[in-house]
Design a binder for this molecule. Sequence first.
Ligand SMILES: Cc1cc2nc3c(=O)[nH]c(=O)nc-3n(C[C@H](O)[C@H](O)[C@H](O)COP(=O)(O)OP(=O)(O)OC[C@H]3O[C@@H](n4cnc5c(N)ncnc54)[C@H](O)[C@@H]3O)c2cc1C
Length: 382
Amino acid sequence: MFDLNDQQKETRAWAREFAEREVLPRAAEMDRSATYDRAVIEAMFKAGLMGLLVPEQYGGRGLSALEHATAVEELARCDASTALVMSIHSSLVAALIAEFASDEMKDAVLPGLASSKVGAFALTEEDPSVPTKADPAGDAFTANGTKMYITNGPVADLIVLFAVTGVTETERDGKVRQRDEVSALLVDADAAGLTCTQIDGKMGLTAAPVGRMVFRDVSIPASRLVGERGEGLRMAMSMLNVGRIGAAAMAVGIGQAALEAARSYATTRVTGGRPIAKFQAVQLMVAESATRLEAARALTYQAASAADRGEPISELAAMAKLFASETASFVASKALQVHGGSGLVRELHPVERYFRDARVMEIIEGTSEIQKLVVAGHELKG
Ligand SMILES: Cc1cc2nc3c(=O)[nH]c(=O)nc-3n(C[C@H](O)[C@H](O)[C@H](O)COP(=O)(O)OP(=O)(O)OC[C@H]3O[C@@H](n4cnc5c(N)ncnc54)[C@H](O)[C@@H]3O)c2cc1C
């Protein structure tokens, strides 16, 4: 088992207590209605959970990546939609501002992100062949385009938009190549010309507010540039590494919930006069699930610990996200199997929710295929 120190254990216990008290009682209804309960976001702000990665000087908790991962895991164990809301806000938006923004922007934005303002990270394009543009003119950029599947979009106050702000030229082998110059811009959700519609009908993470965001001549002051112009892609990739540890932690949390459900059902369900836990076929499903889950957790914590030591995390984060999301799907599928017919009925057991939520984890924050490409890029470089 991965050894957490006392402070890390305390953070984890605190997050578990919060999740069981504030999130778990609402999880089934939020899933059924596919509607996120704003009261949970307010409760997370009040408890300090939305500001875990915001430095203390800006009103956050200034915690380590490992502690953040344990908190995300505990939220996901109770409700994966809630974990996604928190993890995107925290590990992609707040952490990006804390890492790359000017001191002036940090002063202006971080206290809000720690206390009341929800952040969204708008990277994925509806049509990658027509990327969102933000044309510079005078002291402002004008954004046009459509971003897709943006978590927190429908409830966000602040959006980090990644958009093409020009073209850069690079020379290689005597040939000049042109490349889109991508920059990150901070946009207020109520900016004129910006609309966001909720995407309904997701198979999993149904309650997570995910939106389609349309920018039509949205004017963004040049002062809202995050970091340097043209550095957007580098910043996005760097944050996605952090975000992938959060996604891996989410998957571990879903897997943990599914394993606990399988264990509990196996010991109480009686067929042929014996609890089904006495049947070797059931024991094998639980044993394999527990083993894979422990390995996924170790890999996730290892990636988070490497981040805390300031080591390169790209490969480890991709491995953790890949392995943990596929493990969550495996464990949730086996938990469903252990429940027999009753596992299919959401009014009876939450395992079918775990199964649907786990499957989504293999796609968001980079598909399994993309994680493998990242790992291969490290293993086969040179
Ligand atoms: C619930 C949810 C929340 C999300 N939240 C956010 C968010 O907050 N912000 C944000 O910016 N995005 C968000 N996303 C988008 C998510 O990150 C993307 O859906 C995901 O990365 C896959 O991209 P895509 O949908 O464009 O699929 P595509 O890139 O079109 O991929 C389609 C298929 O092709 C494969 N493929 C694509 N390119 C390659 C390649 N080069 N090599 C091999 N195979 C490839 C993929 O693996 C996949 O199987 C969210 C998505 C969901 C479902």
